[in-house]
Ligand binder design. Structure first.
Ligand code: ZN
Length: 469
């Protein structure tokens, strides 16, 4: 079996690993690179192989940095199946179309600017979107549902099985079993590993034995705070800001984070621990994705099932309004008094959150509540790093609002949780490949895996190949 690490190698985004065995060429994930625009765009556009040379894709979960470049693969000639859990497919249905829409809008915006410069004789050539809506729509029919735990044959001596990764709705870890070379070689791809006690979804499954492991390392060098106290911290932020008469602006990933926040706010409102201020989810994608959550209760944990058993909608309550239309979103600026608005994108790179930040970031009464991982070079990262001034829509803005973080809601296991997750695999593991982490995070985790568990660990470079088994 040959492995080549084409994406998320020494970086967090662009997850894409090529597996060649049993006469097949399989991709594990096909994600979008995010971060510094020019670099990311180059990587996204230029696949290192023809799309038609790939037989199938197995997708770990719907996050865009894992799924978002599938339409480019299709544009480059891929026509094979994309295997994933049913919930992941329903999420991708919205997310890939949303991403296509963003690509088209971005190109339109850049072209308008180019037009201006062209008329001044400064530039020529138009920007083509990475992919268009029709590419996303050609991708969606290629998805094939494969339930958790159900073994699926990819070739006569090659099968895979997936387990709950406890990261977002439908997220999975993937275990390949390859007997094409005579004896059986088992390779597990962790996908993104979640954490115990996250709202809504189940805890990560215990992995089955394998000889080789591709492991994410987003928080390989860090420790999170205990997720059980997150609700108190959320209550504090809401109360503190409301007392100042400010607004709470929450950039949140449309998938997972938004629904978790809604569930926690629902709980706080039920218990009357926050004042009765309006709460808005302002993102058409989040609205659609919340509907997908409603239709997949099979992925819920006990607590969320309880809500359903009592006839309650975990994702809806009196004070909460979902906003689809842009006009409605604009009206929020005219509202008086405190409110909470949850909007995408989670790393503040695009979408309606930029308008809310633009309008609110210079007022010290307000709070920007960061709720997830912020990749290098994103606006969200600059806010976390407390830059005194940032650019929004090309304009400088003083950061006067309070910047607060709820790291507890991270959907990624931290260092100790990764060590716990890997533990059942230790007796059989021959080699671990660390991906999906900034170099320092991967290096720190590699050291601990080696020193504490005696494992052989490699942090592959982009494009590096390994023969295993
Ligand atoms: Zn993810």
């Amino acid at each position: 079996m040959k492995l080549t690490f084409w994406g998320a190698a020494g970086a967090v985004t662009g997850s894409m690993h090529l597996v060649e065995t049993a006469g097949k060429r399989l991709l594990l994930d096909c994600g979008l690179n995010q971060g510094r625009r020019k670099d990311a765009d180059q990587k996204n556009r230029n696949l290192p192989y023809p799309g038609a040379s790939i037989d199938a894709v197995i997708l770990s979960h719907a996050h865009i940095d894992h799924s978002g470049n599938l339409p480019t693969l299709v544009r480059h000639g891929f026509t094979g199946p994309i295997f994933s859990t049913p919930a992941t497919i329903d999420l991708c249905n919205w997310m890939l179309r949303d991403t296509a829409h963003i690509q088209e809008k971005d190109a339109e915006f850049l072209n308008k600017r180019l037009e201006k410069r062209k008329s001044q004789g400064l530039e020529n050539g138009a920007v083509e979107p990475l992919y268009r809506m029709e590419d996303a729509e050609r991708t969606l029919p290629l998805f094939r549902p494969v339930d958790y735990y159900r073994p699926h044959d990819l070739a006569p001596a090659l099968r895979y099985q997936c387990y709950d990764a406890g990261h977002i709705l439908g997220s999975s870890s993937i275990r390949l079993e390859d007997s094409s070379g005579g004896r059986t070689v088992r390779l597990t791809f962790s996908g993104d590993v979640g954490r115990p006690h996250l709202p809504i979804i189940r805890d990560p499954d215990r992995p089955e034995p394998a000889e080789y492991l591709i492991l994410e390392s987003t928080y390989g060098g860090r420790l999170h705070k205990d997720a059980t106290h997150v609700i108190n911290k959320l209550a504090d932020v809401v109360n503190r800001t409301a007392r100042r008469g400010g607004r709470i602006i929450v950039p949140a990933f449309a998938v997972g984070r938004t629904q978790q926040l809604v569930l926690l706010l629902h709980q706080l409102a039920n218990e009357k621990r926050i004042p009765s201020i309006p709460i808005f989810v302002d993102s058409p994608l989040a609205v659609n994705v919340t509907d997908v959550h409603r239709s997949h209760p099979e992925c819920f944990d006990e607590e969320t099932r309880e809500y359903l058993l009592h006839g309650q909608d975990p994702f809806g309550f009196g004070r909460l309004q979902y906003i689809r239309e842009a006009e409605e979103s604009k009206k929020l600026n005219d509202l008086h008094g405190p409110f909470v608005v949850i909007s995408a994108s989670g790393m503040c790179e695009q979408g309606r959150i930029l308008h809310h930040l633009w309008n609110h970031i210079e007022d010290p009464r307000n709070t920007v509540l960061i709720t997830g991982f912020q990749a290098q070079d994103t606006l969200g990262r600059k806010l976390v790093e407390k830059w005194p001034e940032v650019r929004i829509f090309g304009e400088p803005k003083r950061v006067r609002a309070e910047i607060s973080s709820l790291d507890e809601l991270s959907a990624h296991a931290d260092q100790n949780e990764l060590l716990q997750w890997i533990e059942p695999l230790v007796p059989t593991l021959r080699q671990v490949f660390l991906v999906h982490g900034e170099p320092q995070q991967s290096a720190t985790l590699a050291k601990r895996l080696h020193s504490d568990l005696g494992l052989t660990v490699t942090v592959p470079a982009p494009g590096e190949s390994f023969n295993i088994g």
